[in-house]
Design a binder for this molecule. Sequence first.
Ligand code: IMP
Length: 422
Amino acid sequence: MAVSVVVGSQWGDEGKGKVVDLLAPQFDIVARYQGGANAGHTIRWDGQTQVLHLLPSGVFTPGVQCVIGNGVVIEPKALVSEMQKVQELGYDLTGRLLISRNAHCILPYHKAIEEVLSADRIGTTRRGIGPAYTDKVARVGIRAGELVDPDLFGQRLRSEVARQNTVLCGAYGHPGLDAEEILADYVDLGLELAGYVTDTTELLHRALGAGKKILAEGAQGALLDIDFGTYPYVTSSNPTAGGVCTGLGLPPTAINQVIGITKAYCTRVGHGPFPTELTDATGAHLRKVGAEFGATTGRPRRCGWLDLVALKYSCGLNGFTELVVTKLDVLSGLDTVKVCTEYEQGGTTKSHFVNDTRALGMTTPRYEVLEGWTQDISNCTQADELPPAALALIDRISSFTGVRVKTISTGPNRAQTVELSR
Ligand code: IMP
């Protein structure tokens, strides 16, 4: 059995794209299991930077098959334009990209609904993610297998637009959407995708049977999980490792490696509790040095110290077999570095995360203060090149969570990576 999983351990934007791209040559298949074009996975090599929203981060590794699983919600327009961009760069997708016929489509009414509904309340990416998953659960969604069949798609879309318009026009005074206008674009998009849409679960089962290695790529992060995140300030899917089983159809017993990605500090985009948030000059410094602006929306990210209490919760949810610490270079030059090891909530001190959004919003973090370092570490590729203070932070992450840190990322390029043998 050979399934490895890459999961964001925080509120997303941990650097999963870089890690998946680095690991991809060791795998036969890279498969996205949840989320949609709300994700922005940045990959940088040889002076090039590419941001992927829907395609798995294995696309730039020739020979690796890429799967978009049933748990992903697909915006056909965004997907086709991303596929074109990647192909123009010289990476052929024919026979390499497989899209689950059971993946649900994000259609124009999903974005319209999100605009009139709750986008501002949560601070969503406004990509129609929540409304598409809502339709999936309400059993009225249109799936990729239907999108690629023009007659069936026409029937389904006309009846869905009529239904969605009753809500949009009736309750929100929206002018309503025109099914024929949508069909004029989307039938062609469906035909462009037709050659890629298939039964990916069967394909993955055959691959497992043939001893192939699969890397499951998560989007967002554990603290944005619909069930285990800071509800309602969460995304609408399960980024946690359990999402691999439901989002790809792989059995839990096939998973033998779960890699948690954590930044050396924390960030969050959108609303919701963030106990270690820094609204002072240090927060602004982390945002500037870490270039903490959303890869999908361009929004400035909220920044704060590393929250080990939340990270340990994430370890419990995902069963991480190892951690990758990213953006360690961003902390260079700070006199001291803090890590949160306890929460003070209503007069009591806790060292474990209680998933209570209200209480988290009224939490005072208690920190351990570690020594900083001045050395620029962005060109370090060996553990013994790193300053002792940086290694002490890594050791503290491991000792607090009980999970070993196997890899450190010291910059966005593939080469800016340190493997730890300890
Ligand atoms: P949605 O996923 O667009 O519905 O947004 C729900 C929440 O998840 C918002 O707070 C978003 O900012 C956040 N979110 C969604 N995708 C990402 C991501 O890839 N990185 C970081 N935050 C995200």
